[in-house]
Design a protein around this ligand. Structure first.
Ligand code: HEM
Length: 397
């Protein structure tokens, strides 16, 4: 693949701001997407074990519905957070993303329906488990399989997009054009590494879960220590498996001794010690966030190097400054996003910490954050639509 083809595939309008900003945002938002992918797969996978055990086990009868609920909410968050890296990748790596969408067009369609069917079945699993219906585990297994398949498809898109040297042979194998849209590429080690991370993630989640509930009088101390131990086992075993797969992946792509790879290995070792000791799982989670950012950086580094090697550097992307859009985007992301998320998190935290029914209207902090979110959203709508309509009329009248 020659650089002129890649450069010709770029958006002639250029990018609206410095490309490095989009690159950093890509790394950040993909790490967030991955965090909820891993939590949903881990929580859902583990809930299947609990669901198969039924109501007979006193610990699992508490844990299973909580895991199902965690997975259910995480899927919705991972979908929302998946959109952000999608937007950033198509701004700076548009040749890669759109070529992949063309080569794997059928899989892109299938991906959308996979998500719809997989997530709808998850709700079915949730309600069937709640009603203790026989067969709820089977429904859960099918939904889990479908959502894992969605991840495999996502992996296919990511891998195909970093294979520009092979695009021509995928598009026209042996010189015959193939427009079927069925291109499918797998990198088993990379995929296994990504999916394996759901084991330590659910382990650290369980440690947090027991830490969080330890202040509640209505949860038995034996249940708290059972879930903490379970979490430690999952975190330790999972981290060992992921560490081996990470080293294999790095050996395969020849990045093992790169500083980012070495920093990731050190991060995983620190996590291993912290998870094993489990003195404060909230600190372990902070290190997990750092490791997630390092893994996201590693993915980006691999892509950046492949593309730079072919003469396509995102830093040379023509810039056509569009300050108003950037200001609108950043203020939405930072002001509305942070206040809104702070409101939801504060409320969720307080609901979880209180025994019985939590009345948000009587809590000063929740009230203040809720009202601020509402006012910011109203102001946002007025500005967004007012601005849009003004520009529209200015352009057409
Ligand atoms: C249960 C559903 C999903 C799972 C299990 C999943 C899993 C994954 C995995 C494992 C990767 C990394 C692939 C790799 O680097 O090899 C990935 C990347 C990604 N996912 Fe998801 N994903 C899901 C749904 C979504 C949705 C709904 C969106 C968008 C709305 C999305 C957007 C992305 C993006 C943009 C990337 C990065 C692609 C790239 O760098 O080329 N994902 N996902």
């Amino acid at each position: 693949m020659d650089a002129s083809v890649l450069l010709a595939l770029r958006d002639p309008a250029g990018v609206p701001f410095y490309p490095i900003v989009f690159q950093v945002l890509y790394i950040l938002t993909w790490a967030l997407h991955a965090a909820f992918v891993l939590l949903s797969l881990g929580a859902m996978g583990l809930s299947l074990y609990g669901s198969a055990k039924g109501k007979t086990d006193k610990y699992w009868s508490i844990l299973t519905p909580h895991l199902i609920q965690t997975g259910k909410i995480s899927v919705s968050i991972l979908i929302v957070l998946g959109v952000a890296p999608l937007l950033f990748t198509q701004v700076i790596y548009d040749p890669n993303w759109y070529v992949t969408n063309t080569l794997s067009g059928m899989w892109i369609f299938i991906f959308v329906y996979t998500m719809v069917v997989g997530y709808s079945m998850y709700y079915w699993y949730y309600y069937a488990n709640k009603a203790q219906r026989t067969g709820s585990t089977l429904i859960g297994f099918v939904s889990f399989g479908i959502l894992v398949f969605a991840g495999i498809l996502m992996h296919n898109f990511a891998v195909t997009s970093i294979m520009p040297q092979q695009w021509m042979s995928m598009y026209a194998p042996n010189g015959v054009v193939n427009t079927s849209g069925w291109t499918f590429n797998l990198d088993i080690i990379r995929l296994a590494f990504m999916v394996s991370l759901s084991i330590p993630v659910v382990g650290i989640f369980l440690q947090n879960y027991s830490h969080f509930l330890s202040t509640r009088k209505d949860f038995d101390a034996s249940f708290i220590s059972y879930s903490a131990k379970l979490g430690t086992n999952f975190a330790v075993i999972g981290l060992l498996i992921s560490a081996v797969l990470f080293v294999l992946w790095m050996l395969q792509v020849k990045y093992l001794f790169h500083p980012v790879s070495l920093a990731t290995i050190v991060g995983v070792l620190v996590l291993l010690v912290m998870a094993k000791i489990n003195s404060n799982s909230y600190y372990t989670t902070l290190i997990l966030v750092v490791v997630a950012l390092l893994i996201s950086t590693m993915r980006e580094l691999i892509r950046f190097d492949i593309m730079s090697g072919l003469g396509y550097s995102i830093y040379d992307y023509p810039i056509n400054f569009e300050i108003p859009s950037i200001v609108m985007f950043l203020s939405t992301f930072l002001v509305m996003g942070f206040v809104g998320v702070a409101f939801l998190l504060t409320m969720a935290w307080k609901v979880g910490k209180s025994e019985g029914v939590f009345d948000g209207s009587k809590d000063v902090m929740v009230n203040r954050l809720g009202q601020s979110t509402l006012y910011i959203m109203i102001a946002w709508m007025v500005i967004y639509f007012g601005w849009g309509i003004t520009i529209l009329f200015k352009n057409i009248l």
